[in-house]
Design a protein around this ligand. Structure first.
Ligand SMILES: [Fe+2]
Length: 608
């Protein structure tokens, strides 16, 4: 029988993506930004589609269905009602958003057909249904509750329900304009970071602050109910009527205007970050308790942008009512492409769902392009880059040795990850024991704020030797403390230090991955999903006794994660990465020809 191929697409909002499934199996998935090199590219994912079709060996004419991750008309209705409902104040931003919406979004159907050259049926799912599908269908559970939380899709901003066998059912929703994602984004904006990408920075900044504003947030901004539902006091927000997230009332409440981006961070921003993070965690916990009570199920799947809040996820795991959690690695809107494709297969085609207990369907999230040895070599020759080809076992021990000497390694291996985290396919690696590594990697390699913590990759079997965690965390979406006996208490002098100054005080015997509050954002590495990466960490452990590596995404600030060998080599040459591993090839920074830039890339990425 001819296999059923379904192409899922998420586009026109932020972080466009495509995903191809064959008889329910995920064949390929990738975000458009990786190909176009425009961070969070919202355009039609032409290159990602091209890649997915190529990876599946099919053409547009072979597709049984195309699925689109939300319903443009519903979204348009929300936008229209919002603006009409708040006129005349809302009129100005309607003029700004209107033409774009009408041109780009309302005519999605025709646009999809034109872009793809596709004449078959297009299936649309609701935004939160796409998130829910991406949370439940690839999970290792036959039956589970799901919870989705994000900024906004059409009307819903959060939903929960039940996944069973090959279908999902949404039981309840929270509607616009009450949105946990937008509350968090309001503080992201107010603390001077970019909405939709700076939320991570707010989360990273939170432990340096005090929860000084929590009471004020509960008193003025949000009416939070016991069951986790809430109403936001729109008096303080500007996203309904204006072009910013917060307004003058908000400034008065918190004692000043938003921080100007790129200016110095003060204790105030840290306190604001800590406060909104605490509120966010409290809402997540209350919602989870409600979901547990109403579904009576012990397993929970998460998706939607808020599910990338791995500190909140860690608390859900430790303090929440669920026995097991599974979190979609592409929890943001890119994952909607995967969700709608799976929904089309299971619901529309009545396709079966095979569950292997303990194993999810994401293939480690290694769903992006991989490059053959010959392709990599041809590229290296074309730029005259000196390299050595080293057989696998010798390559891994050479890299482990370099890491132990505090060298920083660009690690490009196998298929690229789907979702925002680098998981050992497009990663920059370092020695977590080094007290200098965090500052060095932040400033000389990533060109980003020094406060931002790095995450550890640890062998799955060793995770509980290093961290207070003993479950799978393959997608780096759970935060847990470093084990007590590894922690170094802060002495009185260190305790007196102000906010970010505390950064330089080692907090454990793996200081480069231990945040100020002893927490770490953990990736557990299993041999069956990424054998090379697993073996590398194992080799490092044999050499040093440490089964942990620093793993940060292979990019510089403001740039998408590298996709191709050319992207990786460019990033290697622009930064202080010491060695580059491209498949079987090992490159040393010393001896590389001089790197010439075509334009001002630092300005392009807004680096100083
Ligand atoms: Fe979303």
């Amino acid at each position: 029988m001819t296999p059923t191929h379904i192409l899922g697409i998420s586009a026109f909002y932020h972080d466009s993506a495509a995903c191809l499934i064959r008889d329910g199996e995920i064949v390929a998935a990738a975000q458009e930004e990786r190909f176009t090199r425009k961070k969070g590219d919202p355009a039609f994912p032409r290159r990602a589609v091209e890649y997915c079709l190529g990876a599946g060996g099919v053409e547009v004419g072979d597709l049984t269905y195309v699925g689109f991750y939300d319903k443009p008309l519903l979204k348009f209705e929300r936008i229209l009602e919002t603006y009409l409902g708040t006129a005349p104040r809302g009129f100005r931003s309607f003029l700004m958003a209107g033409p774009l919406w009408i041109k780009e979004k309302l005519f999605t159907d025709r646009q999809l057909r034109d872009e793809l050259g596709y004449a078959g049926e297009i299936l649309y799912s609701e935004h939160h249904e796409s998130h829910a599908a991406s949370a439940f269908f690839p999970s290792p559970f036959e039956e589970a509750a799901f919870l989705t939380m994000d900024g906004v899709g059409e009307w819903a901003t959060a939903s929960f329900g039940v996944g069973r066998g090959n279908d999902i059912e949404i039981l309840k929703e929270i509607h616009w304009p009450d949105s946990l994602g937008l509350l968090y984004s309001a503080f992201t904006y107010y603390t001077g970071f970019k909405v939709n990408s700076g939320e991570y920075k707010v989360m990273g900044l939170a432990p340096y602050g005090e929860p000084k504003y929590v009471d004020l947030i509960y008193r003025e901004l949000i009416d939070l109910r016991e069951d986790g539902s809430f109403t936001l006091n729109q008096r303080y927000f500007n996203y309904l009527t204006g072009l910013t997230m917060t307004n003058g009332e908000f400034d008065r409440l918190f004692g000043g205007p938003p921080r100007v981006p790129e200016t110095n961070l003060t204790q105030r921003e840290m306190d604001l970050a800590r406060s909104v993070q605490e509120v966010c965690e409290e809402i997540m916990l209350r919602m989870a308790r409600t979901v547990h009570r109403e579904t009576g199920l012990d397993r929970l799947c998460l998706a939607g942008g808020v599910a990338l809040n791995c500190v909140g996820n860690g608390r859900l795991l430790r303090e929440g009512p669920f026995k097991e959690l599974w979190i979609q690695p592409a929890a943001g809107d890119a994952g909607g492409a995967l969700g709608v494709a799976q929904l089309a297969w299971h619901r529309h085609c009545k396709g079966p769902r095979q569950v292997v207990p303990g194993k999810d369907g994401m293939k480690g999230a290694y769903l992006g392009p991989g490059y053959a040895e010959a392709e990599i070599e041809a590229y290296l020759r074309s730029v005259g880059a000196p390299y050595r080809r080293v057989e696998r076992p010798a390559l891994l021990s050479a890299v482990a040795g370099l890491l132990a000497e505090e060298k920083v390694i660009g690690w490009f291996n196998g298929r690229m990850e789907f979702g925002p985290r680098a998981l050992g396919a497009r990663s920059i690696l370092g020695d977590p024991r080094s007290p200098r590594m965090q500052a060095q990697m932040n400033i000389k390699i990533k060109f980003r704020e020094g406060f931002r913590p790095f995450a550890p990759s640890v062998l799955r079997e060793r995770v509980s030797d290093w961290f207070e965690l003993d479950v799978d965390s393959p997608y780096m979406l759970l935060v847990a403390p470093v084990r007590k006996e590894r922690q170094i208490p802060m002495d009185d002098a260190a305790g007196q230090l102000w906010g970010i100054e505390k950064l330089n005080v080692p907090r454990s015997d793996i200081p480069a991955v231990t945040h100020i509050d002893y927490s770490a954002r953990i990736q557990t590495v299993s041999r069956d999903t990424n054998p090379d990466y697993y073996d590398l960490i194992h080799e490092f452990e044999c050499l040093t006794g440490c089964a942990v590596l620093v793993n940060t995404s292979f990019n510089v600030r403001g740039e998408p994660i590298v996709c191709s060998p050319a992207d990786a080599y460019r990033c290697f040459m622009r930064t202080h990465i010491d060695h580059l591993v491209l498949g079987p090839f090992l490159l040393d920074k010393e001896g590389q020809p001089e790197w010439k830039e075509s334009g001002d890339w630092r300005q392009e990425h807004q680096l100083d």
